[in-house]
Design a protein around this ligand. Structure first.
Ligand code: SAM
Length: 244
């Protein structure tokens, strides 16, 4: 196995990580990233993980993209939840770079949740677990347990804020890794963030990532969220700004 990973270790464009200011790219981390890339590519057909399999694209569009928000919000030993991790973005990447962080990956697709468990065991990651519950259920069962909730490419802004807000501690930060339509999603979310007791604390706009424009949103939770949230999923979807 060791030899195989060694042979597959072809990535040499490490300078793309230069734009991530608060990371430490060690040789051990480079090896873990290579092992992770090889595992995703090997298992992709079985688990239907990603369309991005070219090695350079994978590093730029999945790995660096999962880290850029840490320029604005540094990660140390917070307790984090990643909603809709898919193949592990950003949760697995964050665990590799910030091993002292405690991370829960919430992924309701059983196949993908199985892959996440496989990746955790193959990469030897500690203090990271997977829940295959839907986030709106998990959130109520784990009320105010997390310092940080993060999510990339899972749902329209108002939907993701409502389904995940209950698991966030008061004063915690909700981080949404969004694309160029973030402003439109904010406009269409009306005053729902205020009703949830969230306020936008920071916005990070990155114009030349592998995905084009990336907009990362940082919401602070100012107090408890009313127990009537999250509403029934059908109601959330019906009333979402996505329909405007
Ligand atoms: C488009 S993928 C994005 C995956 C990953 N975050 C990324 O950026 O590559 C969205 C993932 O969210 C999961 N998902 C969608 N709604 C969810 C929910 N309510 N609770 C948990 N997982 C959910 C889906 O199963 C899917 O794997």
């Amino acid at each position: 196995m060791e030899q195989k990973n060694q042979q597959n270790n072809t990535f040499d464009n490490w300078s793309i990580f230069d734009e991530c200011k608060n990371i430490n790219l060690t040789d051990d981390i480079k090896k873990q990233l290579n092992d992770y890339y090889n595992l995703v590519v090997e298992e992709n057909n079985k688990y239907n993980l990603t369309r991005i399999t070219d090695e350079n694209d994978f590093y730029e569009k999945h790995i660096v993209d999962s880290l850029l928000f840490t320029n604005v919000y540094p990660i140390y030993d917070q307790k984090m939840a990643d909603i809709g991790s898919g193949a592990g973005f950003p949760g697995i990447v964050l665990k590799i770079f910030f091993p002292e962080t405690k991370i829960t990956l919430i992924e309701s697709n059983n196949k993908k949740a199985n892959f996440l468990n496989l990746a955790i065991s193959r990469l030897g990651l500690k203090d990271i677990e997977v829940s295959s519950e839907r986030a709106e259920v998990f959130s109520v069962e784990h009320k105010e347990e997390f310092d940080v909730v993060i999510s990339r490419a899972v749902a329209y802004l108002d939907i993701i804020l409502e389904i995940g807000v209950q698991m966030l501690k008061v004063d915690g930060v909700y981080i949404l890794l969004k694309g160029p339509r973030a402003q439109e999603e904010m406009n269409n979310s009306g005053n729902l963030p205020t009703k949830l007791n969230l306020s936008l604390k920071d916005t990070q706009i990155l114009s030349d990532t592998g995905f084009g424009t990336r907009v990362n949103l940082f919401y602070q939770k100012n107090g408890h969220t009313d127990a009537k949230y999250p509403r029934k999923y059908a109601t959330i979807k019906k009333e979402s700004g996505i329909n405007k």
